[in-house]
Design a protein around this ligand. Structure first.
Ligand SMILES: O=C(O)CCC(=O)C(=O)O
Length: 259
Protein backbone atom coordinates (compact mmCIF):
# COMPACT_ATOMS: atom_id res chain seq x y z
CA UNK A 1 0.00 0.00 0.00
CA UNK A 2 1.27 3.51 -0.82
CA UNK A 3 2.28 5.57 2.22
CA UNK A 4 0.29 8.58 0.93
CA UNK A 5 -2.58 9.00 -1.50
CA UNK A 6 -2.20 11.17 -4.61
CA UNK A 7 -4.57 13.61 -2.88
CA UNK A 8 -2.30 13.90 0.17
CA UNK A 9 0.76 14.53 -2.02
CA UNK A 10 -1.18 17.18 -3.97
CA UNK A 11 -2.26 18.78 -0.66
CA UNK A 12 1.38 18.96 0.52
CA UNK A 13 2.46 20.51 -2.80
CA UNK A 14 -0.32 23.10 -2.65
CA UNK A 15 -0.21 24.05 1.03
CA UNK A 16 3.37 23.16 2.02
CA UNK A 17 2.35 20.96 4.93
CA UNK A 18 0.37 17.82 5.65
CA UNK A 19 -0.92 16.24 8.86
CA UNK A 20 -0.86 12.44 9.15
CA UNK A 21 -2.77 11.22 12.19
CA UNK A 22 -2.00 8.26 14.46
CA UNK A 23 1.28 7.44 12.73
CA UNK A 24 3.24 6.28 15.79
CA UNK A 25 2.27 3.69 18.39
CA UNK A 26 2.10 4.64 22.08
CA UNK A 27 5.30 2.58 22.61
CA UNK A 28 7.16 4.46 19.85
CA UNK A 29 6.08 7.81 21.29
CA UNK A 30 7.03 6.80 24.84
CA UNK A 31 10.50 5.63 23.73
CA UNK A 32 11.30 8.99 22.09
CA UNK A 33 9.74 11.03 24.91
CA UNK A 34 11.60 9.17 27.65
CA UNK A 35 14.91 9.39 25.77
CA UNK A 36 14.42 13.12 25.21
CA UNK A 37 13.83 13.67 28.93
CA UNK A 38 16.89 11.58 29.79
CA UNK A 39 19.10 13.63 27.47
CA UNK A 40 17.60 16.90 28.76
CA UNK A 41 18.41 15.80 32.30
CA UNK A 42 22.06 15.22 31.36
CA UNK A 43 21.77 11.47 31.94
CA UNK A 44 22.93 10.38 28.47
CA UNK A 45 26.73 10.68 28.37
CA UNK A 46 26.85 9.78 24.66
CA UNK A 47 25.08 13.02 23.71
CA UNK A 48 27.23 16.16 24.13
CA UNK A 49 26.07 18.95 26.41
CA UNK A 50 26.28 21.26 23.36
CA UNK A 51 23.08 19.56 22.12
CA UNK A 52 21.10 21.09 25.03
CA UNK A 53 19.70 24.64 24.88
CA UNK A 54 17.93 26.07 27.95
CA UNK A 55 15.05 28.55 27.94
CA UNK A 56 16.51 32.08 28.49
CA UNK A 57 14.97 32.57 31.98
CA UNK A 58 16.71 29.40 33.19
CA UNK A 59 19.94 30.17 31.31
CA UNK A 60 20.37 33.55 32.99
CA UNK A 61 19.35 32.24 36.43
CA UNK A 62 16.06 34.23 36.77
CA UNK A 63 14.27 30.94 37.47
CA UNK A 64 15.44 27.57 38.75
CA UNK A 65 13.74 24.22 38.47
CA UNK A 66 14.75 20.84 39.86
CA UNK A 67 13.81 18.78 36.80
CA UNK A 68 16.08 20.15 34.04
CA UNK A 69 13.79 18.69 31.36
CA UNK A 70 11.40 21.52 32.33
CA UNK A 71 14.11 24.16 31.78
CA UNK A 72 15.21 23.02 28.32
CA UNK A 73 14.00 24.90 25.23
CA UNK A 74 15.31 22.37 22.76
CA UNK A 75 17.73 19.53 22.17
CA UNK A 76 19.40 19.16 18.78
CA UNK A 77 21.68 16.85 16.78
CA UNK A 78 20.52 13.86 18.81
CA UNK A 79 20.00 11.13 16.21
CA UNK A 80 23.65 11.14 15.11
CA UNK A 81 24.58 10.06 18.66
CA UNK A 82 21.57 8.26 20.07
CA UNK A 83 20.17 4.90 18.87
CA UNK A 84 16.58 5.55 20.05
CA UNK A 85 16.42 8.86 18.16
CA UNK A 86 18.11 7.29 15.12
CA UNK A 87 15.53 4.46 15.18
CA UNK A 88 12.81 7.13 15.04
CA UNK A 89 14.57 9.07 12.25
CA UNK A 90 14.79 5.89 10.16
CA UNK A 91 11.33 4.54 11.10
CA UNK A 92 10.02 3.12 7.79
CA UNK A 93 6.54 4.60 8.40
CA UNK A 94 8.04 8.11 8.43
CA UNK A 95 10.69 7.57 5.74
CA UNK A 96 8.10 6.10 3.33
CA UNK A 97 6.17 9.37 3.58
CA UNK A 98 9.31 11.49 3.13
CA UNK A 99 10.25 9.38 0.06
CA UNK A 100 6.78 9.99 -1.41
CA UNK A 101 6.99 13.76 -0.76
CA UNK A 102 10.55 14.17 -2.05
CA UNK A 103 10.11 11.72 -4.93
CA UNK A 104 13.17 9.59 -4.21
CA UNK A 105 14.36 6.69 -2.05
CA UNK A 106 17.86 8.25 -1.76
CA UNK A 107 17.52 10.26 1.43
CA UNK A 108 19.74 11.83 4.07
CA UNK A 109 19.00 13.44 7.40
CA UNK A 110 19.87 17.14 7.54
CA UNK A 111 19.38 17.31 11.32
CA UNK A 112 16.90 16.92 14.17
CA UNK A 113 15.49 18.99 17.03
CA UNK A 114 13.51 18.02 20.10
CA UNK A 115 11.37 20.99 21.15
CA UNK A 116 10.52 20.70 24.86
CA UNK A 117 8.12 23.70 25.32
CA UNK A 118 7.61 23.26 29.08
CA UNK A 119 4.30 24.19 30.81
CA UNK A 120 3.98 27.95 31.48
CA UNK A 121 7.66 28.71 30.72
CA UNK A 122 8.03 27.32 27.18
CA UNK A 123 8.60 30.28 24.85
CA UNK A 124 7.30 30.99 21.34
CA UNK A 125 9.14 30.21 18.13
CA UNK A 126 8.75 33.27 15.84
CA UNK A 127 7.63 33.04 12.20
CA UNK A 128 10.45 31.66 10.06
CA UNK A 129 11.39 29.55 7.06
CA UNK A 130 13.74 26.66 7.87
CA UNK A 131 15.67 27.08 4.61
CA UNK A 132 16.47 30.68 5.55
CA UNK A 133 18.74 29.12 8.21
CA UNK A 134 19.81 26.12 6.14
CA UNK A 135 20.76 28.42 3.27
CA UNK A 136 23.79 26.37 2.26
CA UNK A 137 21.61 23.40 1.13
CA UNK A 138 20.23 23.32 -2.42
CA UNK A 139 17.62 22.85 -3.70
CA UNK A 140 15.69 24.48 -0.86
CA UNK A 141 13.28 21.58 -0.89
CA UNK A 142 13.70 19.73 2.41
CA UNK A 143 10.90 18.18 4.48
CA UNK A 144 10.51 18.08 8.27
CA UNK A 145 8.56 15.36 10.06
CA UNK A 146 7.36 16.92 13.35
CA UNK A 147 6.12 14.14 15.65
CA UNK A 148 3.86 15.08 18.56
CA UNK A 149 5.12 13.43 21.74
CA UNK A 150 2.43 15.15 23.85
CA UNK A 151 -0.87 16.45 22.47
CA UNK A 152 -0.08 19.80 20.80
CA UNK A 153 -2.88 22.40 21.03
CA UNK A 154 -3.21 26.16 20.39
CA UNK A 155 -3.03 26.61 24.18
CA UNK A 156 0.26 24.79 24.72
CA UNK A 157 1.97 26.10 21.57
CA UNK A 158 1.21 23.88 18.58
CA UNK A 159 2.70 24.79 15.20
CA UNK A 160 0.93 27.27 12.89
CA UNK A 161 1.50 27.28 9.15
CA UNK A 162 0.95 29.91 6.45
CA UNK A 163 -0.36 27.72 3.62
CA UNK A 164 1.22 28.27 0.22
CA UNK A 165 4.13 30.43 1.44
CA UNK A 166 6.62 27.67 0.56
CA UNK A 167 6.12 28.88 -3.04
CA UNK A 168 7.35 32.43 -2.26
CA UNK A 169 11.08 31.61 -2.26
CA UNK A 170 13.58 32.20 0.54
CA UNK A 171 13.30 35.54 2.37
CA UNK A 172 15.57 36.87 5.10
CA UNK A 173 15.21 39.70 7.64
CA UNK A 174 13.68 42.78 6.00
CA UNK A 175 12.58 40.69 3.02
CA UNK A 176 10.11 38.67 5.11
CA UNK A 177 9.19 41.37 7.70
CA UNK A 178 6.16 42.82 5.79
CA UNK A 179 4.68 39.36 5.27
CA UNK A 180 5.20 38.38 8.89
CA UNK A 181 3.36 41.60 9.84
CA UNK A 182 0.52 40.52 7.53
CA UNK A 183 0.41 37.11 9.22
CA UNK A 184 0.42 38.66 12.69
CA UNK A 185 -2.42 41.06 11.80
CA UNK A 186 -4.46 38.33 10.10
CA UNK A 187 -4.22 40.02 6.67
CA UNK A 188 -2.66 36.83 5.36
CA UNK A 189 -4.16 33.52 6.55
CA UNK A 190 -2.42 31.04 8.79
CA UNK A 191 -3.76 27.87 10.37
CA UNK A 192 -2.97 26.06 13.61
CA UNK A 193 -1.94 22.41 13.29
CA UNK A 194 -3.06 20.77 16.56
CA UNK A 195 -1.81 17.21 16.81
CA UNK A 196 -2.64 14.27 19.05
CA UNK A 197 0.34 12.47 20.54
CA UNK A 198 1.63 10.04 17.89
CA UNK A 199 0.45 12.15 14.96
CA UNK A 200 2.97 13.84 12.66
CA UNK A 201 2.93 17.00 10.59
CA UNK A 202 5.19 17.20 7.54
CA UNK A 203 6.31 20.65 6.37
CA UNK A 204 8.32 22.10 3.51
CA UNK A 205 11.54 23.94 4.40
CA UNK A 206 10.31 27.19 2.80
CA UNK A 207 6.88 27.39 4.47
CA UNK A 208 6.47 30.23 6.98
CA UNK A 209 5.58 28.68 10.34
CA UNK A 210 5.69 29.49 14.03
CA UNK A 211 4.57 28.21 17.42
CA UNK A 212 3.18 30.14 20.38
CA UNK A 213 4.30 30.11 24.01
CA UNK A 214 3.00 27.37 26.27
CA UNK A 215 0.29 29.04 28.39
CA UNK A 216 -0.99 25.75 29.75
CA UNK A 217 -0.04 23.36 32.53
CA UNK A 218 0.66 20.60 30.02
CA UNK A 219 3.93 19.77 28.30
CA UNK A 220 4.22 20.17 24.53
CA UNK A 221 7.16 18.07 23.37
CA UNK A 222 7.67 17.57 19.64
CA UNK A 223 10.50 15.79 17.86
CA UNK A 224 11.37 17.24 14.44
CA UNK A 225 13.58 15.37 11.97
CA UNK A 226 14.65 17.22 8.83
CA UNK A 227 15.21 15.21 5.63
CA UNK A 228 16.73 16.03 2.24
CA UNK A 229 17.47 14.23 -1.02
CA UNK A 230 20.90 12.56 -1.10
CA UNK A 231 21.35 14.44 -4.39
CA UNK A 232 21.22 17.80 -2.52
CA UNK A 233 24.29 20.02 -2.79
CA UNK A 234 25.98 21.99 -0.02
CA UNK A 235 27.41 25.38 -0.96
CA UNK A 236 30.65 25.48 1.05
CA UNK A 237 31.04 29.22 0.34
CA UNK A 238 28.05 29.95 2.63
CA UNK A 239 29.71 30.47 6.01
CA UNK A 240 26.78 31.70 8.15
CA UNK A 241 24.63 28.55 8.05
CA UNK A 242 24.50 26.13 11.02
CA UNK A 243 27.57 23.89 11.38
CA UNK A 244 26.12 20.39 11.18
CA UNK A 245 27.58 16.96 11.91
CA UNK A 246 28.15 14.79 8.79
CA UNK A 247 24.78 14.06 7.13
CA UNK A 248 23.73 10.44 7.71
CA UNK A 249 22.15 8.28 5.01
CA UNK A 250 18.59 7.41 5.97
CA UNK A 251 17.72 5.23 2.98
CA UNK A 252 19.05 4.33 -0.48
CA UNK A 253 22.34 5.50 -1.98
CA UNK A 254 24.64 8.44 -1.48
CA UNK A 255 25.79 10.41 -4.52
CA UNK A 256 29.41 11.38 -5.13
CA UNK A 257 30.04 15.11 -4.80
CA UNK A 258 26.71 15.78 -3.09
CA UNK A 259 25.69 16.06 0.57
O1 LIG B 1 8.26 22.96 17.79
C1 LIG B 1 8.35 24.18 17.64
O2 LIG B 1 7.89 24.96 18.45
C2 LIG B 1 9.04 24.76 16.43
C3 LIG B 1 9.31 23.74 15.39
C4 LIG B 1 9.89 24.26 14.13
O3 LIG B 1 10.02 25.43 13.89
C5 LIG B 1 10.32 23.26 13.13
O4 LIG B 1 10.23 22.05 13.37
O5 LIG B 1 10.76 23.69 12.02
Amino acid sequence: MDSLSAGQIAEFRQHGFLVVENELSAEEVAAVGERGDLIANGQAQHVPESSVQLEPIFRDGQRVVEDRALAVRKLYNLAVYDPVMWAHATNAKIVDIIAALLGTEDLKMYGDQFFMKAPETGTAQPWHQDSASWRDIFPMDLVTAWAAIDDATPDNGCLHFAPGTHRWGMMRGAQSAPFIADLDSGKWPSVPAPLKSGSISFHHSLILHHSGANHSRLRRRGYAVHYMRASSWKDETVTDAPKMPPFKQVRGDSILGRV
